[in-house]
Ligand binder design. Structure first.
Ligand code: LLP
Length: 418
C-alpha cells in the first residue's frame, strides 16, 4: 500500500495534489509520503515484534537526513557503508549504538570515525580488514565490536548486479573460511567478536533464499559458540523486494515468520537492514514533458528528468511504472519516456502505453523512493533535483534543488590558466 492515489483525475500524495507541489517547487522532484514511510517501517517492526530485534534502515537506499530521522525517531538504527553515511546518521541524531557498518572497502579514517562514536558493530568483509580494524582499535585504546560478513553462497534469483551472496561476488567472507577468520579474530586483543552477518542480495521476491542463508549461518553460530565465542547478534541484511510491475514479493509478515521459525533455538538479537522495502514505494519522481516526438519506429516523450536523476532503468534495465499526474481520456499511444542526457541509455521507461502526452504534462515515475535520489549524479552538469516530504496536507522541502553554483563548488582554475 502507498499514499499516491487519484482523487478524480488528480494524483495526490496523501492529501496534497502533486500538481500544486510541482507549481511551487518546479520539476523534476522526488516526492515522499510520510505516512507510507512510517507504515512500512512499522510493518517491519510489528512483523518481528515477538523476537529481540533491531531494524537498521539501509541508508544507501535513501540517505536524506530527514528520511533517516523519521526511522530514527521510530527507534530504528542505521546500516551504513561509508563515513558519509555515518555523518548523515549523526545529523539525523541516530544512536551510534544502533549503527552497523558494512562494506568491502572501509578506509582507515572511516574506521576511526566509527570507533570514536562508537558504533554497535563492524561487519567485516575480509581478513585484511579484520587485521586493520584490530590495529586501529589498539592505537585508539579501544575494542572494536565485530561480526564477520559471511557469504553463504545462495542464489538470491535477482538481477546479477544486485546479487551479493554468491561465491563469485566480491562481498563477505566464504562461509568455510570464515571459521578460520573467527578463530583469528578471537585471538586479536582489540576486537570483540559479537555477531555474524550476511546480506545475499536485493529485490528478492521469494523467502526461500533468505531461509537457506539463515540455515547456513545458524550452523556457523552454533560452531562459534561451541568454541566459546559469545555471538549475541545475527544480522541478516536487507533485500526484501517490492512490486515495481508484476512482482509478488512476500509481505514482511511472511518473511519474518519464515526467518523466526529458523531462529527459534538461537538466542540472538536479530538485526535487519531493510532499505528498498521501506522506502521504495513511498516515493515518486515527478517530471514534466518537454517535447513529444513521433518517429518511424518509435515515439518519444522527452521529459525533464533523466538517468542522472534516476539511473535504475539505464543501469539494470529495471521497470518503473509511469503514471500521468492528471488522468485524461486522450487516446493511448506507445512511447519511450526519455531524458535530455546525451546517451541512448538515458530512458526512464520503454514501450509504454500511455495517454498521448502533451508538452507541459506532468508524469510520476512510481516506486522511486529507493536508490533514486541516492544514486543520482550531476552528469551533463544537471543540478540535482529537489526532494519533498508530504505529511497529510503539509508539504516540506527536505532538499533544495541544486543551482549552478552547487555544480562548480570546489572547482578551481589554477592561476597559470587565468
Ligand atoms: N545491507 C547491505 C549490506 C546491502 O548491501 C544492502 C543493499 C542492503 C542492506 C539493503 O538492501 P535492500 O533492502 O534495499 O534490498 N541500487 C540497486 C540496489 C543495490 C543494493 C545494494 N545493497 C537498485 O537500485 O536496485
Amino acid at each position: 500500500m502507498h499514499d499516491f492515489q487519484y482523487r478524480g483525475d488528480e494524483l495526490l500524495c496523501e492529501e496534497v495534489p502533486v500538481r500544486g507541489i510541482a507549481e511551487t517547487v518546479g520539476t523534476p522532484f522526488y516526492l515522499y509520503s510520510l505516512n507510507t514511510l512510517e507504515s512500512h517501517f512499522r510493518a517491519f517492526q510489528n512483523a518481528f515484534s515477538k523476537v529481540d530485534h533491531l531494524i537498521c534502515f539501509s541508508a544507501k537506499a535513501n540517505s536524506n537526513i530527514a528520511i533517516l530521522r523519521i526511522f530514527v525517531r521510530m527507534g530504528g538504527g542505521v546500516d551504513v557503508v561509508s563515513g558519509g553515511e555515518l555523518f548523515r546518521s549523526m545529523k539525523a541524531s541516530a544512536s551510534p549504538d544502533k549503527i552497523v557498518y558494512s562494506g568491502v572497502g572501509k578506509r582507515e579514517e572511516e574506521i576511526e570515525y566509527a570507533l570514536e562514536l562508537p558504533i554497535l558493530m563492524f561487519n567485516i568483509e575480509s581478513t585484511q580488514e579484520l587485521i586493520l580494524i584490530d590495529r586501529i582499535a589498539g592505537r585508539m585504546r579501544t575494542k572494536a565490536p565485530i561480526a564477520l560478513r559471511v557469504n553463504p553462497d545462495v542464489d538470491p534469483k535477482t538481477h546479477p548486479y544486485i546479487s551479493t551472496g554468491l561465491k563469485k561476488n566480491k562481498f563477505g567472507i566464504n562461509l568455510q573460511k570464515s571459521l578460520d577468520d573467527y578463530r583469528l579474530a578471537n585471538t586479536l586483543p582489540n576486537v570483540k567478536v559479537i555477531g555474524v552477518s550476511c546480506h545475499i542480495g536485493s529485490q528478492l521476491t521469494e523467502v526461500r533464499p533468505f531461509v537457506e542463508a539463515v540455515q547456513r549461518i545458524k550452523e556457523l553460530v552454533l560452531k562459534l559458540r561451541a568454541e566459546g565465542m559469545n555471538i549475541q547478534y545475527m544480522d541478516i541484511g536487507g533485500g526484501l523486494g517490492i512490486t515495481y510491475n508484476q512482482e509478488e514479493p512476500p509481505h514482511p509478515r511472511d518473511y519474518a515468520r519464515a526467518l523466526m521459525k529458523e531462529l527459534k533455538e538461537i538466542d540472538c538479537t536479530l538485526i535487519l537492514e531493510p532499505g528498498r522495502v521501506i522506502v521504495g514505494n513511498a516515493g515518486v519522481l515527478v517530471t514534466k514533458v518537454l517535447y513529444t516526438k513521433e518517429g518511424d519506429e518509435k515515439n518519444f516523450i522527452v521529459v525533464d528528468a533523466a538517468m542522472n536523476d534516476l539511473i535504475r532503468p539505464s543501469l539494470y534495465g529495471s521497470y518503473q511504472r509511469v503514471q500521468p499526474v492528471h488522468r485524461s481520456d486522450r487516446p493511448e499511444w506507445t512511447a519511450d519516456v526519455v531524458g535530455p542526457i546525451c546517451e541512448s541509455s538515458d530512458f526512464l521507461a520503454k514501450d509504454r502505453k500511455l495517454p498521448k502526452a502533451e508538452q507541459g504534462d506532468l508524469l510520476a515515475v512510481m516506486s522511486a523512493g529507493a536508490y533514486g535520489f541516492s544514486m543520482s549524479s550531476n552528469y551533463n552538469s544537471r543540478p540535482r533535483v529537489a526532494e519533498v516530504l508530504v505529511d497529510k496536507d503539509k508539504v516540506f522541502v527536505i532538499r533544495q534543488r541544486e543551482d549552478y553554483d552547487d555544480l562548480i563548488r570546489g572547482e578551481i582554475i589554477p592561476d597559470f590558466l587565468k
